[in-house]
Write a protein that binds this ligand. Sequence first.
Ligand SMILES: Nc1ncnc2c1ncn2[C@@H]1O[C@H](COP(=O)(O)OP(=O)(O)OP(=O)(O)O)[C@@H](O)[C@H]1O
Length: 237
Amino acid sequence: MPDDLSLHKIRAGYGATVVLEDLSFDLAAGSKLSIIGRNGVGKTTLLATIMGLTRLHAGRIGLGDLDVGALRPNRRAKAGFGFVPQQREIFPSLTVEENLLVGLRPGAWTLARVYDLFPRLRERRANMGNQLSGGEQQMLAFGRALLTNPRVLLLDEPFEGLAPVIVEQLFQALLRLRDEDQLSIIMVEQHAKLALAFAPRTMVMSRGRIAFDGDSGTLIDDPARLDALCGIGGGLH
Ligand SMILES: Nc1ncnc2c1ncn2[C@@H]1O[C@H](COP(=O)(O)OP(=O)(O)OP(=O)(O)O)[C@@H](O)[C@H]1O
């Protein structure tokens, strides 16, 4: 089976500014990857580049056998990427259910399955997007991405700004997704502890390049190395 995602010698950024340099990695079908690193090292830019939201100066981005590097963002989404951006981008004047159905495509993920994963969304199905708490918005952003039935799900700092109790709820839902679904998932996350617990493989970025790509267990067992790679804020706190 081909890899779900393959990046080869990516050079990308904003206009003439290059943020990502010579970045290559593959994601085997159905696998999970966490990405960590200090602020500003290019984690969000990497997800944005996969989605076609930056300027690709060089390199190849493959989704399965398809070269998506020249496709516009909406075509990439249709080709099989589900993106949950940091800002969540909920439509404020649509109901929860209308938000969920915006990008619906047939597949294993149905409205009933999303409501089963996030019962809170079922309770709030008739509420407008602007009436939701931060945690509910994040559940909605997840659910909406899942209903596009993607091959690869990209999550950008899904726990940012949420209360610890909500983070725990969302994390449990993500673990269920990890264990029960064949979907490939890339999660960019500031909390190293959550990132390392989520995926068996972790990538650490530094200044637009990959500084580490390997078993999460290696970093869990070596906090000094993790701190050297990520700094104090990225440690196991
Ligand atoms: N729209 C933009 N235009 C120009 N430069 C940008 C833009 N967005 C980000 N950058 C720059 O790209 C670099 C990488 O930023 P990016 O947001 O990808 O880092 P990050 O690792 O996700 O950081 P954080 O954890 O703070 O979100 C930074 O130097 C940032 O200033």
